[in-house]
Write a protein that binds this ligand. Structure first.
Ligand code: HEC
Ligand code: HEC
Length: 332
Protein backbone atom coordinates (compact mmCIF):
# COMPACT_ATOMS: atom_id res chain seq x y z
CA UNK A 1 0.00 0.00 0.00
CA UNK A 2 2.80 2.39 0.98
CA UNK A 3 4.68 1.73 -2.25
CA UNK A 4 1.49 2.22 -4.23
CA UNK A 5 0.95 5.58 -2.58
CA UNK A 6 4.55 6.56 -3.20
CA UNK A 7 4.23 5.61 -6.84
CA UNK A 8 1.00 7.57 -7.04
CA UNK A 9 2.66 10.60 -5.44
CA UNK A 10 5.58 10.34 -7.85
CA UNK A 11 3.21 10.13 -10.78
CA UNK A 12 1.23 13.09 -9.53
CA UNK A 13 4.35 15.17 -9.18
CA UNK A 14 5.37 14.19 -12.69
CA UNK A 15 1.98 14.99 -14.16
CA UNK A 16 1.99 18.32 -12.33
CA UNK A 17 5.47 19.18 -13.51
CA UNK A 18 4.54 18.01 -16.99
CA UNK A 19 1.55 20.33 -17.06
CA UNK A 20 3.60 23.28 -15.84
CA UNK A 21 6.22 22.39 -18.44
CA UNK A 22 3.58 22.20 -21.15
CA UNK A 23 2.25 25.60 -20.11
CA UNK A 24 5.75 27.05 -20.25
CA UNK A 25 6.27 25.54 -23.71
CA UNK A 26 2.96 26.94 -24.99
CA UNK A 27 4.07 30.32 -23.71
CA UNK A 28 7.41 30.20 -25.43
CA UNK A 29 6.26 28.61 -28.66
CA UNK A 30 6.78 30.89 -31.64
CA UNK A 31 5.18 30.16 -34.99
CA UNK A 32 7.03 27.64 -37.06
CA UNK A 33 9.03 29.18 -39.88
CA UNK A 34 8.90 27.49 -43.22
CA UNK A 35 12.04 27.01 -45.28
CA UNK A 36 13.75 30.34 -45.78
CA UNK A 37 13.98 31.58 -49.32
CA UNK A 38 17.34 33.10 -50.29
CA UNK A 39 17.91 36.76 -49.55
CA UNK A 40 16.40 38.69 -52.38
CA UNK A 41 17.98 41.96 -53.35
CA UNK A 42 15.76 44.72 -54.67
CA UNK A 43 17.70 46.28 -57.44
CA UNK A 44 17.54 48.59 -60.32
CA UNK A 45 15.78 47.13 -63.32
CA UNK A 46 14.31 44.19 -61.44
CA UNK A 47 12.35 42.06 -63.87
CA UNK A 48 9.11 41.31 -62.05
CA UNK A 49 8.22 44.89 -61.16
CA UNK A 50 5.98 46.45 -63.75
CA UNK A 51 4.79 50.01 -63.78
CA UNK A 52 1.02 50.59 -64.21
CA UNK A 53 -0.23 50.47 -67.83
CA UNK A 54 0.48 53.52 -70.00
CA UNK A 55 3.29 54.74 -67.79
CA UNK A 56 6.98 55.03 -68.51
CA UNK A 57 9.38 53.28 -66.15
CA UNK A 58 12.59 55.01 -65.18
CA UNK A 59 15.05 52.88 -63.31
CA UNK A 60 17.03 55.43 -61.40
CA UNK A 61 16.35 58.12 -58.80
CA UNK A 62 18.74 60.44 -60.59
CA UNK A 63 15.76 61.33 -62.79
CA UNK A 64 14.52 63.35 -59.85
CA UNK A 65 11.19 63.53 -58.08
CA UNK A 66 8.54 66.24 -58.59
CA UNK A 67 9.13 68.87 -55.93
CA UNK A 68 5.44 68.92 -54.96
CA UNK A 69 5.64 65.26 -53.99
CA UNK A 70 8.79 65.25 -52.00
CA UNK A 71 7.80 67.42 -49.06
CA UNK A 72 9.19 66.20 -45.79
CA UNK A 73 10.02 62.85 -47.31
CA UNK A 74 13.01 64.44 -48.96
CA UNK A 75 14.68 64.33 -45.56
CA UNK A 76 14.73 60.51 -45.72
CA UNK A 77 17.70 59.99 -47.95
CA UNK A 78 17.70 56.22 -47.49
CA UNK A 79 17.06 54.87 -50.94
CA UNK A 80 14.19 52.39 -51.29
CA UNK A 81 12.69 53.20 -47.89
CA UNK A 82 9.14 54.08 -48.91
CA UNK A 83 9.74 57.50 -50.42
CA UNK A 84 9.89 58.42 -54.12
CA UNK A 85 13.66 58.22 -53.74
CA UNK A 86 13.44 54.66 -55.09
CA UNK A 87 14.98 52.51 -57.82
CA UNK A 88 11.90 52.55 -60.03
CA UNK A 89 9.70 55.50 -60.87
CA UNK A 90 6.67 55.37 -63.18
CA UNK A 91 5.56 58.53 -64.99
CA UNK A 92 2.40 59.14 -67.01
CA UNK A 93 2.28 61.01 -70.33
CA UNK A 94 2.00 64.40 -68.59
CA UNK A 95 5.15 63.70 -66.59
CA UNK A 96 3.39 63.02 -63.30
CA UNK A 97 4.81 60.43 -60.94
CA UNK A 98 2.12 57.73 -60.58
CA UNK A 99 4.11 55.00 -58.83
CA UNK A 100 7.54 54.30 -57.39
CA UNK A 101 9.34 51.52 -55.61
CA UNK A 102 11.55 48.55 -56.29
CA UNK A 103 11.53 44.79 -56.44
CA UNK A 104 10.14 44.51 -52.90
CA UNK A 105 7.32 47.08 -52.86
CA UNK A 106 5.61 49.24 -55.48
CA UNK A 107 3.86 52.37 -54.11
CA UNK A 108 1.01 53.62 -56.30
CA UNK A 109 -0.91 56.89 -56.30
CA UNK A 110 -4.62 56.35 -57.01
CA UNK A 111 -5.63 57.64 -60.46
CA UNK A 112 -6.47 61.34 -60.36
CA UNK A 113 -9.52 60.58 -62.56
CA UNK A 114 -11.10 59.10 -59.40
CA UNK A 115 -10.91 62.41 -57.53
CA UNK A 116 -14.41 63.74 -58.49
CA UNK A 117 -16.05 60.55 -57.20
CA UNK A 118 -13.77 60.69 -54.17
CA UNK A 119 -14.88 64.23 -53.41
CA UNK A 120 -18.54 63.15 -53.31
CA UNK A 121 -17.76 60.21 -51.05
CA UNK A 122 -15.58 62.40 -48.86
CA UNK A 123 -18.31 65.01 -48.35
CA UNK A 124 -20.82 62.28 -47.45
CA UNK A 125 -18.63 60.23 -45.11
CA UNK A 126 -15.81 62.35 -43.73
CA UNK A 127 -16.53 66.09 -43.96
CA UNK A 128 -18.68 66.18 -40.80
CA UNK A 129 -15.57 65.51 -38.72
CA UNK A 130 -12.58 66.46 -40.86
CA UNK A 131 -14.11 69.56 -42.49
CA UNK A 132 -15.35 70.15 -46.04
CA UNK A 133 -11.78 70.97 -47.14
CA UNK A 134 -10.18 68.03 -45.30
CA UNK A 135 -8.16 70.49 -43.23
CA UNK A 136 -9.69 69.48 -39.91
CA UNK A 137 -11.53 72.79 -39.59
CA UNK A 138 -15.23 72.59 -38.73
CA UNK A 139 -17.74 75.45 -39.20
CA UNK A 140 -18.16 76.23 -35.50
CA UNK A 141 -14.76 75.40 -34.09
CA UNK A 142 -15.54 73.35 -31.02
CA UNK A 143 -11.92 72.66 -30.22
CA UNK A 144 -12.49 68.92 -30.61
CA UNK A 145 -9.54 68.76 -32.98
CA UNK A 146 -10.26 66.08 -35.55
CA UNK A 147 -7.09 65.59 -37.57
CA UNK A 148 -6.21 67.60 -40.67
CA UNK A 149 -5.98 65.09 -43.53
CA UNK A 150 -4.04 67.19 -46.03
CA UNK A 151 -0.59 66.12 -47.06
CA UNK A 152 -0.73 62.75 -45.30
CA UNK A 153 -0.39 60.75 -48.52
CA UNK A 154 -2.69 58.08 -50.02
CA UNK A 155 -1.34 55.23 -47.85
CA UNK A 156 -2.60 56.97 -44.69
CA UNK A 157 -6.09 57.60 -46.08
CA UNK A 158 -6.27 54.08 -47.51
CA UNK A 159 -5.15 52.45 -44.25
CA UNK A 160 -7.69 54.22 -42.04
CA UNK A 161 -10.59 53.46 -44.42
CA UNK A 162 -9.77 49.87 -45.42
CA UNK A 163 -9.19 48.81 -41.80
CA UNK A 164 -12.67 50.16 -41.03
CA UNK A 165 -11.29 52.68 -38.50
CA UNK A 166 -12.84 55.48 -40.60
CA UNK A 167 -15.49 56.79 -40.68
CA UNK A 168 -15.09 56.77 -36.89
CA UNK A 169 -17.96 55.22 -34.95
CA UNK A 170 -17.36 57.44 -31.92
CA UNK A 171 -14.92 60.35 -32.30
CA UNK A 172 -14.54 60.56 -28.49
CA UNK A 173 -13.00 57.11 -28.31
CA UNK A 174 -9.36 57.11 -27.17
CA UNK A 175 -8.40 55.07 -30.24
CA UNK A 176 -10.54 54.29 -33.30
CA UNK A 177 -10.94 50.49 -33.44
CA UNK A 178 -10.53 48.26 -36.47
CA UNK A 179 -13.96 47.13 -37.70
CA UNK A 180 -15.54 45.82 -40.93
CA UNK A 181 -15.01 48.65 -43.45
CA UNK A 182 -18.05 50.71 -44.45
CA UNK A 183 -16.43 51.77 -47.74
CA UNK A 184 -15.06 49.29 -50.27
CA UNK A 185 -11.46 49.35 -51.59
CA UNK A 186 -12.46 51.20 -54.76
CA UNK A 187 -14.18 53.92 -52.73
CA UNK A 188 -11.18 54.10 -50.41
CA UNK A 189 -8.97 54.68 -53.46
CA UNK A 190 -11.28 57.39 -54.75
CA UNK A 191 -11.25 59.26 -51.43
CA UNK A 192 -7.46 58.92 -51.26
CA UNK A 193 -7.25 60.35 -54.81
CA UNK A 194 -9.40 63.32 -53.81
CA UNK A 195 -7.60 64.13 -50.55
CA UNK A 196 -4.22 63.73 -52.25
CA UNK A 197 -5.28 66.11 -55.04
CA UNK A 198 -5.63 68.86 -52.39
CA UNK A 199 -2.02 68.52 -51.26
CA UNK A 200 -0.04 65.78 -53.00
CA UNK A 201 2.23 63.72 -50.76
CA UNK A 202 3.88 60.34 -50.36
CA UNK A 203 3.71 57.50 -49.44
CA UNK A 204 1.61 55.93 -52.16
CA UNK A 205 -0.38 52.75 -51.51
CA UNK A 206 2.10 49.86 -51.17
CA UNK A 207 1.70 46.55 -52.96
CA UNK A 208 4.13 44.09 -51.43
CA UNK A 209 5.93 41.31 -53.29
CA UNK A 210 5.59 38.86 -50.39
CA UNK A 211 6.53 35.93 -52.63
CA UNK A 212 10.12 37.14 -52.76
CA UNK A 213 10.42 37.66 -49.00
CA UNK A 214 12.83 36.15 -46.52
CA UNK A 215 10.70 35.21 -43.53
CA UNK A 216 13.67 34.32 -41.34
CA UNK A 217 14.89 37.91 -41.61
CA UNK A 218 11.29 39.00 -41.14
CA UNK A 219 11.00 37.09 -37.89
CA UNK A 220 14.20 38.60 -36.48
CA UNK A 221 13.13 42.12 -37.46
CA UNK A 222 9.66 41.50 -36.04
CA UNK A 223 11.09 40.40 -32.68
CA UNK A 224 13.30 43.51 -32.57
CA UNK A 225 10.83 46.14 -33.76
CA UNK A 226 7.28 44.98 -33.16
CA UNK A 227 6.99 42.31 -30.45
CA UNK A 228 7.38 44.81 -27.58
CA UNK A 229 3.95 46.23 -28.41
CA UNK A 230 2.16 43.56 -30.47
CA UNK A 231 3.65 40.55 -28.56
CA UNK A 232 5.75 37.81 -30.12
CA UNK A 233 2.65 35.91 -31.30
CA UNK A 234 1.06 39.08 -32.75
CA UNK A 235 -1.90 38.78 -30.39
CA UNK A 236 -1.68 42.44 -29.40
CA UNK A 237 -1.46 44.04 -25.98
CA UNK A 238 -2.56 47.03 -23.91
CA UNK A 239 -0.42 50.18 -23.95
CA UNK A 240 -0.60 53.28 -21.72
CA UNK A 241 -3.68 55.51 -21.22
CA UNK A 242 -6.34 53.17 -22.59
CA UNK A 243 -4.59 52.67 -25.94
CA UNK A 244 -3.59 49.27 -27.28
CA UNK A 245 -1.54 47.60 -29.98
CA UNK A 246 -4.11 45.53 -31.93
CA UNK A 247 -3.85 41.90 -32.98
CA UNK A 248 -1.95 41.41 -36.25
CA UNK A 249 -3.90 38.33 -37.31
CA UNK A 250 -6.22 40.00 -39.82
CA UNK A 251 -4.24 42.81 -41.47
CA UNK A 252 -3.49 42.37 -45.19
CA UNK A 253 0.02 42.72 -46.62
CA UNK A 254 -0.82 46.21 -47.90
CA UNK A 255 -2.13 47.23 -44.47
CA UNK A 256 0.97 45.94 -42.66
CA UNK A 257 3.30 47.86 -45.02
CA UNK A 258 1.06 50.93 -44.69
CA UNK A 259 1.15 50.76 -40.89
CA UNK A 260 4.97 50.66 -40.94
CA UNK A 261 5.30 53.56 -43.36
CA UNK A 262 2.66 55.86 -41.80
CA UNK A 263 2.69 54.91 -38.08
CA UNK A 264 -1.04 55.08 -37.25
CA UNK A 265 -2.06 56.54 -33.86
CA UNK A 266 0.49 55.66 -31.18
CA UNK A 267 2.56 53.43 -33.41
CA UNK A 268 5.96 54.82 -34.42
CA UNK A 269 6.69 55.49 -38.11
CA UNK A 270 9.24 53.10 -39.53
CA UNK A 271 10.51 55.08 -42.49
CA UNK A 272 14.23 55.61 -43.04
CA UNK A 273 15.21 52.95 -40.52
CA UNK A 274 13.61 50.06 -42.44
CA UNK A 275 14.23 49.54 -46.15
CA UNK A 276 11.50 48.25 -48.45
CA UNK A 277 13.27 44.88 -48.45
CA UNK A 278 12.98 44.73 -44.68
CA UNK A 279 9.37 45.92 -44.67
CA UNK A 280 8.56 43.19 -47.20
CA UNK A 281 10.24 40.54 -45.03
CA UNK A 282 8.36 41.67 -41.90
CA UNK A 283 5.10 41.88 -43.84
CA UNK A 284 5.49 38.34 -45.18
CA UNK A 285 6.31 37.04 -41.71
CA UNK A 286 3.25 38.78 -40.22
CA UNK A 287 0.75 37.75 -42.89
CA UNK A 288 2.12 34.27 -43.65
CA UNK A 289 3.45 32.97 -40.32
CA UNK A 290 1.88 34.96 -37.49
CA UNK A 291 -1.58 35.16 -38.99
CA UNK A 292 -1.56 31.50 -40.01
CA UNK A 293 0.68 29.74 -37.52
CA UNK A 294 1.28 26.08 -38.40
CA UNK A 295 -0.18 23.79 -35.76
CA UNK A 296 2.70 22.89 -33.46
CA UNK A 297 0.53 20.71 -31.23
CA UNK A 298 -0.78 21.58 -27.77
CA UNK A 299 -4.23 22.73 -26.81
CA UNK A 300 -5.72 25.64 -28.73
CA UNK A 301 -6.75 28.42 -26.35
CA UNK A 302 -8.17 30.77 -28.93
CA UNK A 303 -4.95 32.77 -29.28
CA UNK A 304 -5.41 34.63 -25.99
CA UNK A 305 -1.75 35.61 -26.02
CA UNK A 306 1.23 34.28 -24.08
CA UNK A 307 0.48 35.90 -20.71
CA UNK A 308 -3.12 34.71 -20.50
CA UNK A 309 -2.24 31.27 -21.85
CA UNK A 310 0.62 30.97 -19.37
CA UNK A 311 -1.75 31.76 -16.51
CA UNK A 312 -4.29 29.22 -17.70
CA UNK A 313 -1.53 26.63 -17.99
CA UNK A 314 -0.26 27.42 -14.50
CA UNK A 315 -3.73 27.49 -12.91
CA UNK A 316 -4.64 24.15 -14.48
CA UNK A 317 -1.29 22.51 -13.79
CA UNK A 318 -0.79 23.67 -10.21
CA UNK A 319 -4.51 23.35 -9.46
CA UNK A 320 -4.71 19.72 -10.53
CA UNK A 321 -1.44 18.96 -8.74
CA UNK A 322 -2.82 20.47 -5.53
CA UNK A 323 -6.13 18.63 -5.76
CA UNK A 324 -4.42 15.29 -6.26
CA UNK A 325 -1.95 16.01 -3.45
CA UNK A 326 -4.81 16.79 -1.06
CA UNK A 327 -6.50 13.59 -2.07
CA UNK A 328 -3.35 11.53 -1.61
CA UNK A 329 -2.59 13.29 1.68
CA UNK A 330 -5.99 12.51 3.16
CA UNK A 331 -5.59 8.79 2.50
CA UNK A 332 -2.53 8.68 4.74
C1 HEC B 1 -17.38 60.84 -36.48
C2 HEC B 1 -16.20 61.63 -36.80
C3 HEC B 1 -15.30 61.14 -37.92
C4 HEC B 1 -15.65 60.77 -39.20
C5 HEC B 1 -17.04 60.75 -39.83
C6 HEC B 1 -14.41 60.45 -39.89
N1 HEC B 1 -13.36 60.61 -39.04
FE1 HEC B 1 -11.39 60.29 -39.47
N2 HEC B 1 -10.88 60.64 -37.55
C7 HEC B 1 -11.77 60.97 -36.54
C8 HEC B 1 -11.06 60.94 -35.27
C9 HEC B 1 -11.66 61.26 -33.91
C10 HEC B 1 -9.73 60.57 -35.56
C11 HEC B 1 -8.59 60.28 -34.56
C12 HEC B 1 -8.73 58.79 -34.25
C13 HEC B 1 -7.57 58.15 -33.55
O1 HEC B 1 -6.54 58.78 -33.35
O2 HEC B 1 -7.68 56.93 -33.25
C14 HEC B 1 -9.65 60.41 -37.00
C15 HEC B 1 -8.47 60.06 -37.67
C16 HEC B 1 -8.38 59.93 -39.04
C17 HEC B 1 -7.16 59.71 -39.76
C18 HEC B 1 -5.76 59.60 -39.16
C19 HEC B 1 -5.17 60.97 -39.19
C20 HEC B 1 -3.75 61.03 -38.74
O3 HEC B 1 -3.22 62.15 -38.59
O4 HEC B 1 -3.13 59.99 -38.54
C21 HEC B 1 -7.49 59.61 -41.08
C22 HEC B 1 -6.53 59.40 -42.24
C23 HEC B 1 -8.91 59.78 -41.17
N3 HEC B 1 -9.43 59.99 -39.92
C24 HEC B 1 -9.63 59.74 -42.36
C25 HEC B 1 -11.01 59.77 -42.43
C26 HEC B 1 -11.74 59.58 -43.67
C27 HEC B 1 -11.10 59.38 -45.03
C28 HEC B 1 -13.07 59.63 -43.34
C29 HEC B 1 -14.23 59.37 -44.25
C30 HEC B 1 -14.26 58.10 -44.93
C31 HEC B 1 -13.16 59.88 -41.91
N4 HEC B 1 -11.89 59.96 -41.40
C32 HEC B 1 -14.33 60.03 -41.21
C33 HEC B 1 -13.10 61.27 -36.69
C34 HEC B 1 -13.85 61.01 -37.82
C1 HEC C 1 5.11 51.46 -29.55
C2 HEC C 1 4.23 50.35 -29.85
C3 HEC C 1 4.20 49.78 -31.24
C4 HEC C 1 5.25 49.25 -31.97
C5 HEC C 1 6.71 49.16 -31.59
C6 HEC C 1 4.66 48.75 -33.19
N1 HEC C 1 3.31 48.98 -33.22
FE1 HEC C 1 2.02 48.43 -34.65
N2 HEC C 1 0.51 49.40 -33.72
C7 HEC C 1 0.63 50.04 -32.49
C8 HEC C 1 -0.63 50.71 -32.19
C9 HEC C 1 -0.92 51.54 -30.96
C10 HEC C 1 -1.51 50.45 -33.27
C11 HEC C 1 -2.96 50.93 -33.43
C12 HEC C 1 -2.97 52.36 -33.93
C13 HEC C 1 -4.38 52.94 -33.98
O1 HEC C 1 -5.30 52.21 -34.37
O2 HEC C 1 -4.53 54.10 -33.62
C14 HEC C 1 -0.77 49.60 -34.20
C15 HEC C 1 -1.30 49.10 -35.37
C16 HEC C 1 -0.65 48.22 -36.21
C17 HEC C 1 -1.24 47.57 -37.37
C18 HEC C 1 -2.69 47.67 -37.83
C19 HEC C 1 -3.39 46.39 -37.47
C20 HEC C 1 -4.82 46.27 -37.96
O3 HEC C 1 -5.31 45.15 -38.11
O4 HEC C 1 -5.47 47.28 -38.21
C21 HEC C 1 -0.26 46.79 -37.92
C22 HEC C 1 -0.40 45.91 -39.15
C23 HEC C 1 0.94 46.96 -37.12
N3 HEC C 1 0.67 47.83 -36.09
C24 HEC C 1 2.14 46.32 -37.38
C25 HEC C 1 3.32 46.58 -36.67
C26 HEC C 1 4.60 46.01 -37.02
C27 HEC C 1 4.81 44.98 -38.13
C28 HEC C 1 5.51 46.55 -36.17
C29 HEC C 1 7.01 46.34 -36.16
C30 HEC C 1 7.75 46.75 -37.33
C31 HEC C 1 4.80 47.42 -35.24
N4 HEC C 1 3.48 47.42 -35.60
C32 HEC C 1 5.38 48.10 -34.18
C33 HEC C 1 1.74 50.05 -31.69
C34 HEC C 1 2.99 49.63 -32.06
Amino acid sequence: MVTMLQTLKKCTTRIGLGLVGAAALTTMATPFIADASPVHAAEIGAKHVSCPPATTAKYDPEYGVPASLVGEDATTTTKNAGTPYSSIQCYDASGQLVAYGNDAILYTFPASALAPLGEKLYQQNCASCHGTKADGVLPKATGTGYPNLRGLGPATINFWITTGRMPAADPKEVQAARKPPRLNPFQANAIAAYVNSLEPAAPGIPSVNVAGANQTTGQVLYALNCAACHTITGGGDALANGTYAPSLHVATATQVAEALRIGPGNMPVFSGNLTDDEVRDITAYVTESIAKPSDIGGVGMGGLGPVAEGFIGLALGVGILMLVSFWVGERQ
